[in-house]
Design a protein around this ligand. Structure first.
Ligand SMILES: *[C@@H]1O[C@H](CO)[C@@H](O)[C@H](O)[C@H]1NC(C)=O
Ligand SMILES: *[C@@H]1O[C@H](CO)[C@@H](O)[C@H](O)[C@H]1NC(C)=O
Length: 430
């Protein structure tokens, strides 16, 4: 009897020991196991995979990004195939319907629903996006830059087709930190309203929250070259500075600011009248419509009397978007600005705001004047609309964004870039 009891006790002790050590073992391994389970639950659904069923999935993006000739040729052929083009194209109505069920829309399009890191959560960004057509380009751009800690203002042209506004309204209504500008204008190419569109978004974004640190403006045909984390790190490394093209205004562009211009029948025209010099004798510099600036710069644009006077003066000039920001960047006292001295001139290649291939600067490797190799896509208004063959070159640059992309002419370039960025963003978690 006693012996039996002792046997049972022994068995009990042995069992406790085994269970105990198993428990100890589980404690030791738990953080890792739990972490990877969290990883699977939280992040794996965010991967872009072939199951997403994009028609572009037949392309080998890693070969394309490495510039392998055969993969590039295949992709180029596919991009001009009628059947393929038809399957890639997504009508505006699709977005209106698909975003009726926001949860399903965000899930199927794999929108991020939480910041991927504390570092990113602590450094929110504000975006102004100016769009007038091509909703598919816009949605793919928005998805690529979207993070819940950032804030996005979308300016849809007042004269855009009704379906464009409806589709964008539907998409933005699914994302709480994304909104349509409170006041839309009729954007005229090379005229003041292009600037006004950004200004209206700036004012809305500035009022919306005090949290964001940097402002980036985009158009619907831009696409990022960096992940949100990389963008945050590059902006932090500016130490409060801004990054945009700001150079001497070339003599051949002087007429733009010395003649009075106005909009006639939706087009900008010279009136033949001479324009008065700029207020406060501000030196006019040359630059781009796209810029990356800190919050204080935006406050100055909205409140500084010198800048308000400069903008009033600029309303009757040609293409004010291409000198206004460049000029403000050199006004003393503007946060993050640099001195007017020529030593501080910055080219579009040295600034991080935007990578653009201008037709006039393309050329062979041997050319002494050429700034970049030939465009591998097509040209619109002397600007390269990138093809798959431009991707490898593009990714060697420090720019945050590149312009222009068009999913109607080369959807594979956008597809490979979005896959590359998502993969990188998820790998940066480890
Ligand atoms: C895609 O290209 C890469 C790089 O050349 C190659 O290693 C890989 O095997 C290719 N994948 C497929 C499915 O062909
Ligand atoms: C509208 O969206 C639903 C799912 O959200 C889908 O089942 C349906 O087929 C769509 N209709 C059209 C006409 O695309």
């Amino acid at each position: 009897m006693k012996l039996l009891k002792r046997g049972r006790l022994l068995l009990f002790l042995k069992l406790t020991l085994v269970l105990g050590s198993l428990w100890m073992l589980s404690l030791l391994t738990r953080p890792k196991a739990e972490w990877s389970l969290t990883y699977i639950l939280r992040y794996s659904w965010l991967k872009y995979t072939d199951e997403d069923d994009s028609p572009e999935k037949v392309c080998n993006c890693s070969a394309i990004l490495q510039g392998e000739r055969e993969a590039l040729e295949e992709a180029k052929l596919l991009a001009i195939t009628k059947e393929f083009r038809k399957t890639v194209r997504i009508p505006d109505e699709y977005y209106i319907n698909a975003s009726q069920d926001c949860r399903q829309f965000k899930l199927s399009r794999k929108y991020l629903t939480f910041p991927l890191s504390q570092e990113e959560a602590d450094f929110p960004l504000a975006y102004s996006i100016v769009v007038h057509h091509k909703v598919q380009n816009f949605e793919r751009l928005l998805r690529a830059i979207y993070a819940p800690q950032n804030i996005y203002c979308v300016h849809v042209d007042k004269t855009a087709e009704a379906s464009v506004l409806s589709a964008i309204r539907a998409i933005t209504s699914c994302l709480p930190n994304t909104f349509i500008v409170s006041q839309a204008v009729d954007v005229v190419y090379s005229a003041w309203p292009r600037v006004q569109a950004d200004l209206n978004c700036m004012a809305d974004l500035y009022k919306a929250t005090t949290k964001w640190k940097y402002f980036i403006n985009l158009c619907g045909q831009d696409f990022p070259l960096k992940t949100n984390l990389e963008i945050v790190r590059m902006l932090r490394s500016l130490n409060g500075g801004n990054s945009l093209e700001s150079e001497k205004l070339p003599a051949e562009k002087m007429w733009r600011v010395t003649n009075v211009h106005q909009i006639v029948d939706g087009q900008i025209q010279g009136t033949g009248k001479a324009k008065e010099p700029p207020p406060f004798n501000l030196p006019i510099l040359s630059g781009s419509a796209y810029f990356v600036v800190n919050r204080g710069f935006i406050r100055s644009v909205l409140e500084d009397k010198r800048i308000l006077a400069l903008m009033e003066w600029a309303k009757e000039t040609y293409s004010p978007d291409e000198f206004l920001w460049a000029t403000i960047q050199r006004i003393p006292g503007v946060p993050g600005s640099t001195r007017p001295s020529r030593k501080y001139d910055m080219s579009d290649i040295n600034a991080i705001a935007r990578l653009v291939k201008w037709q006039g600067h393309e050329g062979s490797q041997e050319s002494l004047e050429a700034v970049y190799p030939k465009c591998q896509g097509s040209h619109v208004r002397s600007i390269c609309v990138y093809g798959v063959g431009d991707l490898q070159w593009m990714l060697e640059h420090h720019h945050l964004f590149a312009n222009k992309f068009d999913t109607d002419t080369d959807p594979i370039a956008v597809y490979c870039l979005e896959k590359y960025l998502r993969k990188k963003a998820l790998s940066q978690l480890h």
